[in-house]
Design a protein around this ligand. Structure first.
Ligand SMILES: [Zn+2]
Ligand SMILES: [Zn+2]
Length: 194
């Protein structure tokens, strides 16, 4: 879910705004100004990062036009102008930071590394059926699977897959059982020799 940061002059409210729009560039307002400051006109994966950039742009913009008010908006602006927050109102800005933080916490993340993942594009492993885990990459889906626990096919003890012998499609055997079977085979071979 990208967050698009742009400067706008809101037509209905007649105000200067640094807008953080999501879930895509299409949710941005129609009154975008020409890019002038670092980081504007770009999409960000992390809303907290987008807010930091937006606040930076707002303060640089304010330096250039000190007599005018600058506002921040956050949300989907596809059909309406956002609710403006004055960058000089520190309480409201703190409130906005908390809101964005909360929003960030509600977003889906990789169950292995904790990085944000796309809501529509992510990886799962066979355990996901029960755990509902989602992953950022094939690599992390596999890592999590191998570090996950499963039952030994023979003794039914619970072990980490990476510490076990892989036999067949999701059939794992613990070290002890495998060693035991190996020793049986050894005995059988010895019998054949006699
Ligand atoms: Zn990951
Ligand atoms: Zn076992």
């Amino acid at each position: 879910m990208p967050y698009f940061v742009s400067r706008q002059f809101y037509y209905y409210q007649q105000i200067n705004v640094v807008e953080i729009a999501y879930p895509s560039i299409d949710s941005s307002g129609p009154d975008m100004l020409i890019e002038k400051y670092a980081g504007e006109g770009e999409e960000y994966k992390n809303p907290i990062e987008a807010l930091e950039i937006a606040l930076n742009i707002a303060s640089n913009w304010k330096n250039d036009i000190p007599d005018e008010d600058i506002f921040i908006t956050f949300g989907c602006m596809e059909f309406c102008e956002g609710e403006p927050i004055d960058i000089n109102n520190h309480e409201d800005i703190e409130e906005l930071k908390k809101e964005v933080q909360k929003h960030y916490e509600s977003l889906p993340k990789c169950s292995y590394c904790g990085e944000l993942i796309d809501e529509k594009e992510y990886y799962i492993n066979p355990d996901s059926e029960y755990t509902e885990d989602k992953f950022c990459s094939e690599f992390h889906a596999e890592k999590a699977y191998l570090e996950g626990y499963t039952l030994c096919h023979i003794c039914e003890g619970d072990f980490k897959r990476e510490d076990m012998y892989y036999r067949d499609l999701d059939i794992y055997v613990c070290n002890k059982c495998q060693d035991l079977e190996d020793s049986y085979e050894l005995i059988e071979i010895q019998k054949n020799i006699r």
